[in-house]
Structure formats: C-alpha cells, structure tokens
Design a binder for this molecule. Structure first.
Ligand SMILES: Nc1ncnc2c1ncn2[C@@H]1O[C@H](COP(=O)(O)OP(=O)(O)OP(=O)(O)O)[C@@H](O)[C@H]1O
Ligand SMILES: [Mg+2]
Length: 116
C-alpha cells in the first residue's frame, strides 16, 4: 500500500517514462527551503528529458480527463496528484520545454498542519 505522497511520485514517474519512449533521464530531487533551516518547505523535483508539453496544453494538464495518450491514458494522474498535494497544504508546479523535457516541482510544508 503506497502512501498518498508515494502515489503522487509514482504518477509523476510514470508520466515521465511515458514521455521518453526512446529513453532519457529521469531525475528526482528533494531540498528543504530555505537551506538555513529557519522555515521548512520541502521541494521535490521530478525532471525528465522527454518530449515535453506544448505551451497551449500546460493549463489543461491538471484538469480531469485531459490526456494526450489516446489509448492508454485516463487523464486522472495529475488531477489526483494536485488534489493530494492541496490536501496536504502544498502546491505543484510544472515547467516544460517541448522536445526538451519537463520538470514538476512539489512543495510541501514540513510544519504540522493546522487542519490535521
Ligand atoms: N512528464 C511529462 N511529459 C510530457 N507530457 C506530460 C508529462 N506529464 C504529463 N504530461 C501530459 O499531461 C497529460 C495528463 O497527465 P495525467 O497523468 O493527468 O494523465 P495521463 O498520464 O494521460 O493518464 P493517467 O495518468 O490517468 O493514466 C498527459 O496525457 C500528457 O499529455
Ligand atoms: Mg499519468
């Protein structure tokens, strides 16, 4: 059984793998910001060297049922990621360059949440 955050990461890894049918690099990182330890946000990055996302599609990728994978995709991976992260008081951002690659950044507060 995966935790919610593990589910988010697996979704991002699967998307990255799908974007690199001819191979490439998948880089995963985690940093605490700011680095001086005064505050506490963890930033997890998942970066691939895949085919990227067209600018016109970027606003749509977190919408349910938006998929470019005609046969295999439901278009639910990222909306579920977005919901899980928001439920944890965090946010997810994406930057992409068509034919170059994509990076997703997940921001999560390390402070105890007020809502539990
Ligand atoms: N790393 C990525 N590189 C290129 N395109 C991506 C990447 N991640 C997401 N996308 C685009 O965003 C769309 C939506 O992603 P999402 O994970 O929500 O759905 P899906 O992968 O198509 O289907 P599902 O996750 O439900 O199997 C994808 O179809 C793809 O077009
Ligand atoms: Mg997906």
């Amino acid at each position: 059984m995966l935790t919610r955050i593990e589910q988010v990461l697996v979704n991002l890894y699967l998307n990255a793998i799908d974007a690199m049918p001819e191979g490439g690099k998948l880089n995963v990182g985690a940093n605490v910001k700011p680095a001086d330890g005064t505050s506490s946000t963890v930033v997890i990055t998942v970066a691939d060297t895949g085919f990227g996302i067209e600018k016109k599609d970027l606003p749509k990728i977190f919408q349910p049922f938006f998929t470019a994978k005609k046969k295999s995709g439901l278009g639910l991976g990222l909306p579920i990621c977005d919901r899980i992260i928001k439920n944890h008081g965090g946010k997810i951002e994406v930057e992409s360059q068509p034919r170059r690659g994509t990076i997703f950044k997940v921001y999560l507060s390390l402070e105890p949440s007020r809502t539990g």
